[in-house]
Design a protein. Sequence first.
Length: 314
Amino acid sequence: MAQRKRKRDDAMEEEDGADESGTSSKYVQREYGQSRHALSDEHEGFEDTHPDDVTLMAEESIEAEEEQPEVTLDDFMANPEGHGMLVGGAMEEESEEEQRAQGTRVFRPGVDRLQEGEVLDYDASSYIMLHALNVEWPCLSFDVIQDTLGFSRASYPHTMYWVAGTQADRQDNNRLYIIKGSQLHKTIEDEDDPVEGFDPDGKDEAGEEGDDDPVVDFRYIHHHGTVNRVRSMPQHSNVVATWSDTGVVQVFDVAPFLANLDQPTRLPKKSGKPVQRCDAHTDEGYALDWARCPGAEGRLVSGDCAGAIHLWEP
């Protein structure tokens, strides 16, 4: 009884569906039984007495799907950039920005490890101004020299001064560099904040050909031994202290060299000689800094690898 009643109810629903939509029961069977594809919105309420047309549309849709290339998991893993993501049976290529974002991550020292063939690289978009500088010998330490060109200046190009100490192959080849960098332009492109007076085509504000490359000039002092640390005094930036791998702390006055970078002239004969030399340490060290608190101007503290800390009074 239950089966016979269910068949009668199904027949009644089939007849009611044919009367309301104007579509025969044979069409309904082809729509759901053969193609197994629901009609799109534009075909909803489609009244047609020719079911063959609908069957043809369904068959063309099936053929279109079969013509699309099949991408296996092995193919995708072998060439992930050559295949997009499968969405609704269609291939959608990822943009370069999305691929770059997925392939870029921050390296965490002590946590992440470089795989074979991987190298670390910087993200240029993170820097408003970024310039690279090559020197003859590697430098273990450098410090920025405060100038009198203005505090918190924001207009470009910039000018800056700094000192750096070398680690050469021989002790007598080491140097203490006093460096000036000028014409330091902004390196990041910002349409909303264009660089004043800077033209990527190499022309100045007057439209004439200009040179927008950074300019680097330097002077140096011969330094016996590798410069483990170099620090410039905050109150008088021309006074520079160095920690040597020979266990000696020295203090230099680089004022003549700074003046010579701005206006090249003959340097005094005694230029480059240390004004102070401290030999109390029994081992080399790396800890070195000037006092910054008021009333302690000129005080210098140094620490060596043997655990000794010395405070030097001016």
